[in-house]
Design a protein around this ligand. Structure first.
Ligand code: 8IG
Length: 277
């Protein structure tokens, strides 16, 4: 599916779950793996975990699969990989994220999660780079997502579909992660639409609301994962203090730089968590 051709998810009369089924069948064919057990979406800073969790048995551009689009941002990966874990389990690594701020609609944002579920995955690990509100979170700090506040005013659920989000970010999986690294901090992730960063006043609002991490992904994906019956683990890499928490303005280059510096450490952490699942 190239960007110039029509994405089937943009047609109103299609069933997004049917598109996800088609995508999963294509992935099974391309990888030779009938069912995957775990899926991981690797956000900025987390990419090299894919090399650490096991043996890559297949790798191809996501846009070759039904419903996926070309990456909007250079450096945002764009590959799907099938990985054989030492345990014998199969992991699907999604290096391609469609962000809500791209404006293609929420169906395309959550397509990778729905496809992961359709490949058989029961566990969805969502990672991201994000801004931190606690001032002791220096850039490079990984944080477990304990819950979220969705400020996009949107939902991947359509119609009268009521899904319980109590324990959305699985206590059981967070416990596994804490078994790997007991001093991992936890926080409430707040998804903004972006792509602008927050104003200092918005960051103060988040503080008042009970949020600790600000980002532009993950919450909508987590809802879709729960709808699909998956257990969700969320991890944020704090690449910058949120606007106004630090006296210096945010720079995208600094955010990318902090991610690169932290990458080896947090990728090792994530690989160890996957091994402990
Ligand atoms: I990396 O400070 C990254 N992503 N909304 N705010 C929001 N998203 C982010 C930030 C941030 N840093």
């Amino acid at each position: 599916m190239s960007e110039s051709s029509v994405n089937p998810l943009d047609q109103n009369d299609v069933d997004p779950f049917a598109i996800a089924q088609t995508a999963a069948a294509q992935i099974a064919e391309r990888t030779g793996v009938a069912r995957h057990d775990i899926a991981l979406t690797l956000g900025s800073g987390w990419g090299s975990a894919a090399d650490l969790i096991g043996e890559t048995t297949a790798s191809f551009p996501a846009q070759e699969i039904e419903g996926f689009s070309a990456p909007a941002l250079v450096g945002h990966g764009g590959l799907l990989r099938s990985i054989l874990l030492p345990s014998g389990k199969r992991a699907l690594v999604i290096g391609a994220r469609t962000h809500y701020y791209e404006g293609h609609g929420v169906r395309r944002v959550v397509h990778s999660v729905r496809t992961a579920a359709a490949t058989g995955a029961k566990t969805m690990i969502l990672t991201n780079g994000a801004g931190g509100i606690k001032d002791h979170w220096t850039p490079g700090t990984p944080v477990l997502i304990s819950d979220h506040i969705n400020l996009t005013a949107d939902s991947p659920l359509e119609g009268a579909t009521f899904v319980d989000l109590t324990d959305l970010y699985s206590k059981r999986l967070r416990h596994v992660a804490l078994g790997v690294r007991g001093d991992l901090d936890q926080g409430v992730y707040v998804q903004f639409r972006g792509p602008h960063y927050e104003t200092p006043a918005e960051v103060q609002m988040v503080k008042t609301l009970g949020g600790h991490i600000v980002g532009m992904s993950t919450a909508l994906e987590a809802i879709a994962a729960r709808q699909a019956g998956m257990e969700v683990l969320g991890l944020s890499l704090i690449t910058n203090l949120a606007a106004g928490i630090s006296p210096t303005p945010l720079s995208h280059d600094e955010v990318i730089e902090a991610g690169k510096t932290a990458e080896p450490v947090i990728s090792r952490l994530l690989a160890d968590i996957v091994a402990a699942l």
